[in-house]
Design a protein around this ligand. Structure first.
Ligand SMILES: [Fe+2]
Length: 175
């Protein structure tokens, strides 16, 4: 048990200011937004919803939404990915397991995969934490493009400007 030096009990809130250099928390009441404009189109039938674009540590948290027949192009992850399936289901062409609604996946560094949604699923939504970079590759690993937290921020800025939310709408998600 911690030793209390002043009058306090378990429900006494922390009494001191947070570190002066600490960043602000991000609180998003509706992670799955009601406003369709918040979804940022990424490819045909694929959109993402930014939650935390962490430029200081080089990762991003987002909801990925894939609608019927969408395919997220083959890519390599040099760093780990964590995923939680909120809705629908999907699989990778490179694995024989299915990510089902309510399921969690850890994707280890070195993974290269292609995400597809089965024909009978109208929509899937998955929370992903993606670290570092995604390298888009051909079937033999030759790099064809990349995404990182900075390309994500750029995509958000361009989209939010275009749909009338304003380029700076993305700022609330950047840390
Ligand atoms: Fe991936």
């Amino acid at each position: 048990m911690p030793v209390e030096t002043q009058e306090a009990d378990a429900r006494t809130p922390y009494q001191l200011p947070f570190p002066k250099d600490a960043q602000e928390e991000i609180v998003i009441p509706k992670a799955i937004p009601e406003d369709e404009r918040i979804w940022v189109p990424q490819a045909e039938n694929i959109a993402f919803r930014p939650l935390c674009l962490n430029r200081s540590q080089g990762y991003w948290m987002n909801l990925l939404r894939v609608r019927k027949s969408g395919v997220l192009s083959r890519h390599r992850h040099p760093q780990a990915v964590h995923g939680y399936v909120i809705k629908g289901r999907w699989h990778y062409l490179e694995h024989d397991w299915m990510a089902e609604e309510g399921g969690y996946v850890f994707e280890a560094p070195g993974e290269t995969h292609t995400l597809v949604v089965p024909e009978d699923v109208d929509e899937m939504i998955t929370l992903f934490q993606v670290n570092g970079v995604m390298l888009y590759v051909d079937p033999w690993g030759k790099t064809q493009g990349f995404e990182d937290v900075f390309t994500k921020i750029d995509m958000c800025r361009a989209h939010y400007e275009k749909v009338g939310l304003g380029a700076d709408f993305v700022d609330q998600f950047i840390r």
